[in-house]
Ligand binder design. Structure first.
Ligand code: NI
Length: 170
């Protein structure tokens, strides 16, 4: 199974909104399989197409893998249709290396979209799944969890990243 390179912040593809998918074809199935392989290989709880350089509204996720019972979920053109409550969780991202921060999100969400066969899906989620869904939906808007933390924390991260890059090229 193909494991794709994961784009890292500040790659512009991560900061660009993804486009609606109009055709669920073989090429898309190949991308879904490759994204799943990449997510499990990382490992990560979710992956958005932007993160492998594809500006398509497609996410894969699996919050059950941690209990040793993987269950891949795929959402095409997902839309957040309802949200309520509040939850704070220490988030990381495969595209943001060596950094995590507390992010405030809705505690419960409804997300609608399509599965890989094109069947409509309506997901009601809470807890970790709700967090992962909101995190991945943000990716499709070209938004990272860095955009949901204080400017001070984000700047600390950017400064550290620049320092690392300077040291790597020195
Ligand atoms: Ni992420």
């Amino acid at each position: 199974m193909t494991v794709l390179p994961i784009r890292l912040y500040p790659d512009p593809v991560l900061l660009t909104p993804a486009r609606e998918i109009s055709d669920i074809n073989g090429e898309l199935q190949t991308l879904i399989d490759a994204m799943a392989a990449t997510m499990y290989h990382a490992p990560g709880l979710g992956l958005a197409a932007n993160q492998v350089g594809e500006l398509k509204r497609l996410i894969v996720f699996d919050v059950d893998q941690r209990e040793g019972s993987p269950r891949l979920q795929v959402l095409i053109n997902p839309v957040l249709t309802a949200q309520e409550g509040e939850i704070v969780y220490n988030e990381g991202c495969l595209s943001v290396k060596d950094f995590s921060a507390e992010v405030r999100r809705a505690a419960r969400v409804c997300v609608e979209g399509f599965d890989r066969e094109g069947r409509p899906v309506c997901l009601e989620a809470e807890g970790l799944l709700a967090i992962v869904l909101q995190h991945e939906l943000d990716h499709l808007e070209g938004r990272l969890f860095l955009d949901r933390i204080s400017r001070l924390k984000k700047n600390l991260y950017i400064r550290r990243l620049k320092k690392q890059q300077r040291e790597a090229t020195a």
